[in-house]
Design a protein around this ligand. Structure first.
Ligand code: WTA
Length: 659
């Protein structure tokens, strides 16, 4: 146990976690209501929580807009002149935005979007690298009630296409290209190709998408291509200045669009329960699902968690290394820091470019006080030794954080000792795209255990259970579940309520259907964990077919369908295997079509195929050609059995195994 210093305790918002946790447990709604009152609303709510199985709706009757809290409310205060973002490009070029400048840019772009006919409820896909326009685009959409769906720039054509189609987006916002280490990624080409593929698949009219043959959603219906509205416009931000094709009538330069616009735009009044964004995330089966978050509840949950867990103070310079293509960037680069009036630092490049000292050099130069990153990066930098970080003055740091995958004690201790100089508490925050906000985490004043995410945040009730839903004994691995609704909980899965119900509330891993029949709040996280005798949580990892590669969330089914799209492949099964740096790596078992000969060249071709379709982050590490795959009698591949076999572990229950 590592105890906090007196200095940390003195500066912390919350000094006694246990006391407040117990108090809040009595009446969590009152707790969340009090936090909501710290924010601005156009109209107060009539009901804090409306629980109607399996949906929780927060601040019902309330009217707000998250952008009103992120930007508008600062404009007549001193915060208007404070820096909202300090952005540094790969080549060191700096761009900063005060809250006023950011508000102007967002308003201009919001007016631009309106001029294209976009209105409340429409969907826009944002496919941008880590540049300020990524945040500006998200905020501009939210300001006018347009639902944004950000697609991580590291995804490529097929992944992008699926997300555009499922969200039924009318407009795509992208860049011409962007620098990535020594290369330029030509991302506009991916957009052109994705739109072309959509057209080809649908003949320009709504219909079924043949490219998705192997993937079916849990309800057996494949929505791809249905209700498809044509992409009306592509808005292109000039970043790399590379040569691109602009399609007349469809493609518009961002700088030309905003140049004509007024920097004043009124923020649209939204119901607290109106959708703010859709973010696609991988699950156990089928294509990624569109997780929907609200304006009101999401606002309250994200605002309070960063504030308390990172002990945000007015003079902080907060550096989050995530990308807004993922939930961490949505909640903790864009919305929460702005609602807190914080200064956020963003670096465009990777942790090893131009060299692996870059982050620490930036910490020194910009006097970063709060630093939030992923275990993968810590492990990768740790391997290179202490000399690199030791060259820099890291004394400005006060609090460190991690997210995205379990952090092993060795990496935790290195982070604490070499980066935090044993004076910065490490906040290991456990949460998910679906939870919207940090759920299990220490607070700065908490006693810490290296490798444990500690305890649930106020108002959050978690438990470890067995397959019957009964609490597991101390130190015993089980399913991590959540027993009470929380404000920034996902509202639904876009266009797929059945999948929402079956993934989170009636998961087949739980065999006690009484829980479902009683319509209990029993949210299934998909993670396995243990709780120790002190009530500290130790996250083990996913218990479904989600793979976390360097903290990036990928689904076995998506990867398999990319393999099967290759003409030589008959069947594919993909599992995650432990990896010392990346957490997990991808291993694929492939059955080739009759008459196709296995070869190393074919393996390489398959790797390239997956990179091209899903993205470089999904590059398989190992490919093995096999004759057979373990299946159930109904023909479902048992990845669990493959994985156990691969890792030399007991196979578990194989009663449903056919061969
Ligand atoms: C994993 C990321 C251990 C977990 C915010 C979860 C973690 C999944 C931690 C969600 C942590 C996230 N310790 N595991 N501190 N944080 N995870 O949706 O398996 O990309 O279910 O959200 O990441 O990934 P997602």
């Amino acid at each position: 146990m590592i105890n906090p210093s007196q200095e940390i305790i003195d500066s912390a918002y919350v000094k006694d976690y246990e006391k407040l946790y117990t108090e809040v447990k009595e009446n969590p709604e009152a707790f969340w209501e009090n936090i909501a009152k710290e924010l601005s609303w156009f109209k107060p709510w009539n009901k804090v929580l409306d629980w109607n199985y399996p949906y929780a709706r927060w601040f019902v009757g309330g009217q707000c807009n998250i952008v009103n809290n992120a930007l508008d409310r600062w404009q007549k205060t001193d915060v208007a002149e404070k820096k909202a973002y300090i952005w540094v490009a790969q080549d060191g070029t700096e761009r900063t935005f005060t809250y006023k400048q950011l508000n102007d840019a967002v308003s201009r772009f919001a007016n631009g979007l309106k001029s294209l006919g976009l209105k409340k409820g429409d969907r826009v896909s944002i496919y941008l690298p880590r540049i300020p326009e990524q945040f500006i685009a998200m905020l501009a959409c939210a300001k006018i009630g347009v639902i944004h769906s950000v697609v991580f720039s590291g995804f490529s054509v097929d992944a992008l296409k699926n997300r555009i189609v499922d969200a039924e987006a009318k407009v795509v916002i992208c860049a011409d290209g962007y620098p990535y280490k020594d290369k330029v990624v030509e991302c506009k080409k991916n957009v052109d190709e994705a739109i072309e593929n959509i057209k080809m698949a649908t003949g320009g009219t709504p219909g079924r998408d043949p490219g998705s043959a192997q993937v079916t959603s849990t309800d057996g219906k494949d929505k791809a291509g249905q209700n498809l509205s044509q992409i009306e416009h592509v808005i292109v931000i000039k970043r790399a200045g590379n040569n691109i094709q602009m399609q007349p009538g469809r493609d518009i330069w961002y700088h030309e669009l905003v140049a004509k616009q007024d920097p004043i735009c009124s923020t649209v009044i939204m119901e607290a329960t109106d959708p703010l964004f859709i973010l696609y995330t991988s699950g156990s089966t089928g294509k990624p699902k569109g997780v929907i978050h609200s304006h009101g509840g999401y606002m309250v949950g994200t605002y309070s968690t960063l504030r308390w867990i990172f002990n945000l103070q007015p003079d902080d310079i907060y550096f989050c290394t995530a990308d807004s293509g993922w939930i961490t960037g949505h909640s903790y680069i864009v919305y929460s820091p702005l609602m807190n009036g914080a200064t956020t630092f963003v670096y465009e490049g990777t942790p090893d470019y131009p060299d692996p000292g870059i982050w620490w050099r930036l910490v020194e130069k910009y006097k970063i006080t709060k630093f939030y990153t992923a275990p993968t990066a810590i492990r990768a930098l740790m391997r290179l030794g202490d000399e690199i970080p030791n060259k820099y003055d890291l004394s400005s740091l006060k609090i460190l954080g991690t997210v995205g995958e379990p952090i092993n004690p060795e990496a935790w201790l290195w982070y604490h000792r070499v980066i935090g100089k044993e004076k910065c508490p490490v906040m290991d925050t456990w949460w998910q795209t679906e939870t919207g906000m940090m759920m299990i985490s220490p607070l700065p004043a908490s006693p810490l255990k290296a490798g444990s995410a500690s305890k649930p945040f106020f108002g959050i009730e978690t438990e470890i259970v067995d397959e019957k839903g009964n609490p597991a004994p101390v130190d015993t691995q089980g399913y991590l579940i959540i027993k009470k609704p929380w404000p920034s909980m996902l509202m639904d899965v876009y266009n797929n309520p059945k999948r929402y119900l079956e993934t989170y509330f009636q998961n087949e891993a739980i065999t006690n259907t009484q829980i479902f029949e009683n319509k209990q709040f029993f949210y299934f996280t998909g993670d396995s964990a243990k709780k120790d005798a002190d009530g500290y949580y130790w996250i083990v990892g996913r218990n479904d077919d989600v793979i976390k590669v360097s903290g990036h969330r990928l689904g076995s089914a998506e990867l398999e369908s990319a393999f099967v799209a290759h003409p030589s492949v008959a069947e594919a099964a993909v599992i995650g295997k432990p990896d010392e740096v990346k957490g997990e790596k991808i291993k694929a078992f492939i059955i080739l079509k009759k008459d196709v000969q296995p070869s190393d060249q074919l393996k390489e071709e398959l790797k390239q195929q997956v990179r091209k379709m899903i993205g470089p982050i999904a590059t398989p590490d190992e490919i093995e050609f096999v004759d057979k795959l373990p299946k159930t009698r109904s023909g479902k591949i048992m990845r669990r059995v493959l994985k156990a076999q691969e890792l030399g572990q007991p196979l578990g229950d194989t009663s449903t195994l056919e061969n």
